[in-house]
Design a protein around this ligand. Structure first.
Ligand code: 5GP
Length: 189
């Protein structure tokens, strides 16, 4: 998406460790108009997938996830990184190693919010090594649901997540695909 690439070029900052900081429109301050445009694009890309629910992870997946779900006319559920004290019902859990924080989180979703008949669209802000996507896919599969697509706002295609998802047959769509970082500049595919 040209609009997104331009925004990344304008506002993105490349940090050491191949991390792209985009906290002026996606990860801290959020640009709602841009998020709606991203949601419309996800809805267009997955319109034939029969999506019944969007599944994402807190916190940064929620903004693009809710817009995608709104545009598809389906609910969105986000996996939590900490189990809230109010949860007494059954939960599905998965271990996710965080690329940016270098810690392992247990993500969870209440079982009642995923259904065997669901056709799940997984949405996240970034795809790097694919740990978050794999965790979300695991939650959906524990419910017996089908993952019909994975949509990410930005993929770093030179890290392992892209190849893993494609090689395992998942329908992956990235709204911006980064080939590499060169001297602090973002090079798109
Ligand atoms: P993965 O699990 O695919 O290795 O990494 C994806 C997760 O790590 C995303 O949910 C995102 O929050 C975070 N992440 C990975 N790489 C980046 C990056 O370059 N920039 C930002 N802002 N987050 C990233």
């Amino acid at each position: 998406m040209e609009l997104l690439e331009e925004r990344i070029k304008k506002d993105g900052v490349v940090l050491p460790g191949d991390v792209l900081k985009v906290n002026s429109f996606l990860n801290h301050q959020i640009d709602p108009q841009l998020m709606m445009t991203l949601g419309q694009e996800f809805a267009r890309l997955f319109k034939d997938a029969g999506v019944t629910r969007v599944l994402t992870a807190e916190a940064s997946g929620i903004a693009p996830g809710i817009m995608a779900a709104y545009c598809l006319g389906v609910p969105m559920v986000f996996a939590r990184k900490k189990k809230p004290s109010t949860v007494t019902d059954a939960v599905y859990t998965a271990e996710v190693f965080s690329y940016t924080k270098q810690v392992t989180n247990t993500i969870s979703v209440e079982a009642k919010f995923l259904d065997t008949n669901d056709r799940i669209l997984v949405i996240d802000d970034f795809l790097a090594n694919g740990e978050a996507a794999k965790g979300l896919i695991s939650l959906a599969e524990q419910a017996g649901a089908e993952v019909v697509g994975v949509g990410v706002v930005v993929e770093k295609a030179f890290q392992g997540g892209h190849d893993w998802l494609v090689n395992h047959g998942y329908h992956l769509e990235a709204l911006a695909s980064i080939q590499e970082f060169a001297d602090g500049q973002v090079i798109f595919n």
